[in-house]
Design a protein around this ligand. Structure first.
Ligand code: UDX
Ligand code: UDX
Length: 461
């Protein structure tokens, strides 16, 4: 039975990077609702109840503490909470399927389908099911068939409400989003369900930022938003390769084009490549859908965004090996950063994983430093442990190293004493700036041979 002390009982299944912060924000903004976040992972649920949350996200702990045990609860009891909920957000992971039809491209929906079946089996009152995970277009259709195909006397509405938060800035993205998107069936009950989800966000988000549409457009918009963002990075990264050949400077090119208001200045930082759990997965998903509908040219177009990203990572390693006289065997190489971006401990699809593996293949000794992601890094690299070392102090990591490669744009790496670092390194000392965060001229003058992205190298040879 729903808890009558609250005017909505909301359950979120999946206490990860998306479900946890999103529900914490809703709970903080809406004390009149009871929010329960449930997950099959007991350890994660326990951690959500401590000071040591299972994910690192600036400002998250403060938001969680505002409502924990008041109207925000964490639980592993999914069954009981399904019964009590009026609205169920599903935010479980939808990784790329690695087997059978669509392997390597389409989303693996096995968790989603299992949850849908559990909901149908357990529920004894009408529910609104909200797709929070990113899903292939028309997933809602399959879900509706599962929900409403059992001839139970209760009704399920499926609503799509994709999440656009970015890690590292999740709290401000949730508090002040560019927009909230809610899609539903254009039926009477679909529209009523959609309005109930609008009501939640309207507690703190202006109505004109809450947009509603049909469910297919909503599902597709999420994939397309990520594809466009990733495409911008691949575009600028592809030009960075050309800059390195022509002595043009990618930062100057980005500034010049970004001042065109039609292009805009954001997301134009050339880098070692994009990572994160979403970009690659969502583009491959889009590619798969296009192929499924016979749109091969469209599929190829988007697939190239991923290919350019792989090319950029590969180019970076080749540049390192080539600069260091084509052999890095037994050389100590310090990686500054391992997370896929700054201000997160998340390493999913981080370019640093690929770079470390390639360096290890060449028999280098890779020493990894990162303020938040060493635990995840150890997990990612457990099969090549003999080639890697984890070091919490960047000065120690770079001691006696032949090279430093900056993988993540943490503020910390901008403020280190590079003179001190240089003194303790093997000579010639190399610095590969995969994020263009340092003053390259200054670093060069200290004595380093500097290799930025999309700018001429500064070498003493
Ligand atoms: C992920 C993707 O990043 C995002 O694109 C997608 O839209 C949703 O899945 P995220 O929150 O980052 O979002 O995933 P993750 O941190 O892995 O959290 C998913 C949680 O679901 C995990 O804690 C997992 O234990 C839980 N889960 C998964 C269940 O509770 N039950 C299941 O059956 C499967
Ligand atoms: C992304 C989307 O931004 C977000 O809306 C969606 O909900 C989830 O996917 P996230 O993956 O957390 O968020 O991080 P984002 O800031 O988009 O960065 C993704 C990757 O692109 C990172 O590896 C980042 O370092 C890289 N990047 C970003 C660049 O290389 N250059 C840039 O200019 C911007």
């Amino acid at each position: 039975m729903p808890d009558k002390r609250f005017n909505k009982n909301i359950l979120c299944i999946g206490a990860g990077y998306v479900g946890g912060p999103t529900m914490a924000m809703i709970a903080a903004k809406c004390p009149q609702y009871k929010i329960t976040v449930a997950d099959t992972n007991e350890e994660k649920i326990k951690a959500w109840q401590t000071e040591n949350l299972p994910i690192y996200e600036p400002g998250l702990l403060e938001v969680v503490k505002k409502s924990r045990d008041r109207n925000l609860f964490f639980s592993t009891d999914i069954e009981e909470n399904i019964k009590k909920a009026d609205i169920i957000f599903v935010s479980v992971n939808t990784p790329t399927k690695m087997y059978g039809i669509g392997a390597g491209k389409t989303a693996d929906l096995q968790f989603w389908e299992k949850i849908a079946r559990d909901i149908v089996r357990i529920a004894d009152s009408d529910k609104i099911i909200v797709e929070k995970s990113t899903l292939p277009v028309r997933t809602a259709e399959a879900m509706e068939r599962i929900f409403n195909g059992m001839n139970k006397k209760i009704h399920f509405d499926v609503v799509s409400n994709p999440e656009f938060l970015a890690e590292g800035t999740a709290i401000s993205d949730l508090e002040n989003p560019d927009r909230i998107l809610i899609g539903s069936r254009e039926t009477e009950s679909g529209r009523i369900a959609r309005e109930k989800i609008v009501e939640i966000y309207a507690n703190w988000i202006p109505r004109d930022k809450i947009i509603t549409c049909d469910i297919w457009s909503s599902e597709l918009s999420k994939l397309v938003a990520n594809a466009f963002l990733a495409q911008r990075i691949s575009s600028i990264n592809s030009i960075s390769a050309l800059c390195e050949k022509t002595e043009a400077d990618i930062a100057k090119v980005a500034r010049a084009i970004g001042m065109d208001s039609r292009i805009g200045p954001k997301f134009l930082n050339a880098s070692v490549g994009f990572g994160g759990s979403c970009f690659k997965k969502d583009i491959l998903n889009l590619v798969y859908i296009c192929e499924y509908y016979g749109l091969h040219e469209v599929a190829q177009y988007w697939e190239n965004v991923v290919k350019i990203n792989e090319y950029q990572e590969e180019r970076f390693v080749q540049k390192m090996i080539h600069a260091m006289f084509n052999t890095i065997a037994h050389k100590r190489i310090a990686l500054f950063g391992f997370a896929f971006k700054a201000n997160t401990g998340d390493t999913r699809e981080s370019p640093a994983i690929y770079i470390t593996r390639k360096l290890a293949e060449e028999r280098a000794h890779v020493v990894i430093n990162d303020p938040e992601s060493l635990r995840n890094a150890a997990q990612d690299l457990k099969d090549i442990r003999e080639y890697v070392e984890f070091e919490t102090d960047p000065y120690k990591a770079s001691q006696e190293a032949h090279a430093i490669a900056i993988m993540t744009e943490w503020e910390l790496y901008k403020t280190l004493d590079y003179k001190k670092i240089y003194k303790r390194m093997e000579k010639p000392a190399f610095l590969f700036d995969g994020r263009n965060i340092l003053d390259h001229q200054e670093i060069y003058e200290i004595g380093f041979n500097v290799y930025p992205i999309g700018k001429p190298a500064l070498t003493h040879f």
